[in-house]
Ligand binder design. Structure first.
Ligand SMILES: [Zn+2]
Length: 180
């Protein structure tokens, strides 16, 4: 059975599929996805570029959970929890995992990655790899689990501009002008 957007949005609210929620109250899934898609288009980066680069680092961390380990010029610490997060796009109402893209990975993991070249550090849920690749979703701005696509691209060195020279404010202004 195909889920409606409204059904997915309801699952994403705090206290439904996750305690803190994938979306805040008043946020709309399609708007969130549209805005992030525009950001990726401006950056010239695909969803799978971000998902693949992030996943490679998370996998390195999962080999030694709980330890901060080095992978290339990144540090990764993966914490593995009992149980796993169910994707809001899953077919059934919360006891079976989403099957988009095959077997779900990293849904029990929280990660912290530091880029030792530019000093950036971010933390997030492992499921974001699946959400980005399969559903083009970075979570809503009101969600504590949101992974901002621009920041993620910087963390993973997918933007070929030095972060200190990269003015986020003017970039965002450019996006706004471009689409208004
Ligand atoms: Zn899914």
């Amino acid at each position: 059975m195909e889920l409606t957007i409204a059904e997915i949005e309801e699952r994403m609210l705090p206290g439904s599929f996750s305690e803190k929620g994938f979306l805040g109250i008043g946020e709309h899934l399609e708007e969130v996805i549209k805005k992030d898609t525009q950001t990726l288009e401006l950056l010239g980066i695909g969803y799978s570029n971000l998902a693949d680069a992030l996943e490679a680092i998370i996998k390195a961390g999962e080999a030694r959970p709980g330890w901060s380990i080095r992978y290339q010029h990144f540090s990764i610490k993966a914490i593995i929890y009992p149980g796993f997060q169910i994707c809001p796009w899953a077919d059934s109402s919360g006891n079976k995992q989403c099957t988009s893209g095959g077997v779900m990975r990293h849904a029990s993991v929280d990660w912290t990655i530091k880029n030792h070249k530019n000093g950036m550090e971010m933390s997030g849920p492992g499921m974001i790899v699946h959400l980005i690749r399969e559903h083009h979703f970075f979570e809503g701005e009101q969600s504590p689990y949101r992974i901002d696509p621009l920041k993620l691209a910087q963390l993973l060195d997918l933007i070929k501009v030095e972060p200190q020279q990269f003015n986020i404010r003017s970039f965002l202004k450019k996006i706004k002008n471009y689409f208004s």
